[in-house]
Design a protein around this ligand. Structure first.
Ligand SMILES: Nc1ncnc2c1ncn2[C@@H]1O[C@H](COP(=O)(O)OP(=O)(O)OP(=O)(O)O)[C@@H](O)[C@H]1O
Length: 351
């Protein structure tokens, strides 16, 4: 089957909340005399369904954060469209996100230390978010917000430095919840936290999906946590989406050599033999210098990247991009150089 695989109605039968089409971001780098363009994100298409968690996984430098920053309007995309409830927000939110947009879409950043100004008490962050979005900042609302994220009312009087990293990230989530958003973009929300508190944040995100129907884009380099948390997983490599589908299907039967390469670095107690450098070298070669695509049914052309559907699981297609479309060698090498050894930071959520 040929690109694009339109997920619109097929994922869990609902119209998606957000539809991203052809999203492209190029940066100008270098000095005046050696200026060049770096393509961080290359024409990606994906949907975020309502009330579901979608994980965007890939290594450092693959373009995950750039996508989130384009969606929250901190970055101006070079091309593409982003439809929220059918409206292209790149046209309606031309330079930066309006308050009305931020009421629907909130972001939680990786660094809970940096996102809370140390001079204010916790109460200030929540009150400000409520007031800015026209909601009453009563003591009752503040207490409810704190309890929703597993914190106690008395912590409203604390300063950020008096809380642990995990507690601070819960405050950042409470601040996002204050505006009752439909979508939360969570960019590596647990990667700066101790392993012991990460699962608590993942469980909180899961509860917000189940109890409040909040949609989420969960950005991570950790496939174990994506498998644990997300309904859908999208795999990103060097600015391109290479595979996507139901998280269990993608993790249990990865179809793209890059996904297999990522998975081979995740500690898995059930995998006999563990880390296999020979197999990883083979996969790395298949990613960088593809020679054939086992899914090619004749629909590929020399110019157009093709998505092949390799299965259907939990009501959504499992697709893989044609193996023959390797990203530009310089970008591919830059991203892959970090993939040579198993990730010591990988969480203890086995795949
Ligand atoms: N402001 C910028 N100027 C120039 N290049 C940039 C800029 N922001 C990102 N890039 C480049 O775009 C590419 C994608 O970066 P991005 O931060 O989106 O990746 P990532 O997958 O989120 O990685 P990480 O997890 O390390 O943030 C990288 O090569 C990065 O160097």
């Amino acid at each position: 089957m040929s690109e694009p695989v339109h997920l619109d109605e097929s994922v869990h039968g609902d119209k998606p909340l957000l539809q991203v089409r052809g999203l492209t971001k190029e940066f100008q780098v270098g000095s005046v005399f050696s200026r060049r363009r770096v393509r961080a994100v290359g024409a990606v298409d994906f949907d975020l369904p309502k009330g579901r968690i979608t994980a965007l996984v890939g290594e450092s430098g693959s373009g995950k954060s750039t996508i989130a920053r384009c969606l929250i309007r901190l970055e101006q995309p070079t091309a593409g469209s982003v439809l929220l409830d059918g409206e292209d927000i790149l046209r309606t939110e031309r330079r930066r996100a309006s308050r009305a947009y931020r009421r629907k879409v909130q972001m939680v950043f990786q660094d809970p230390f940096g996102s809370l100004n140390p001079v204010h008490r916790i109460e200030h962050f929540l009150t400000r978010a409520l007031v800015l979005h026209g909601r009453p900042a009563t003591r009752e609302t503040l207490r409810e917000l704190m309890e929703t994220v597993g914190l106690t009312e008395d912590m409203l009087d604390s300063y950020p430095h008096e809380l642990s990293g995990g507690q601070r990230q819960r405050v950042a989530i409470a601040r996002a919840l204050a505006v009752e958003p439909e979508l939360i973009l969570a960019d590596e929300p647990t990667s700066m936290l101790d392993v012991s508190v990460r699962v608590g944040i993942l469980n909180l995100m899961r509860r917000l999906r189940d109890e409040r129907g909040i949609s989420m884009l969960y950005i991570t380099h950790d496939l174990g946590s994506a498998r644990y948390l997300a309904d859908t997983t999208l795999v990103m490599f060097a600015g391109e989406l290479v595979e996507g589908g139901d998280s269990l299907a993608v993790m249990d039967a990865p179809a793209h050599p890059y996904t297999r390469l990522l998975l081979s670095a995740v500690p898995d107690p059930e995998r006999a033999g563990g880390y296999d450098p020979v197999e990883r070298a083979r996969l790395r070669e298949a990613v960088l210098h593809p020679t054939d695509c086992p899914y090619d049914d004749g629909s590929c052309s020399a110019e157009t990247p093709v998505r092949h559907v390799v299965g259907e699981d939990a009501g959504q297609p499992h697709w893989v991009r044609c193996h023959l479309y390797a990203p530009a060698p310089d970008i591919a090498h830059r991203v892959l150089k970090t993939a040579d050894t198993p990730d010591p930071e990988a969480e203890n959520t086995p795949v």
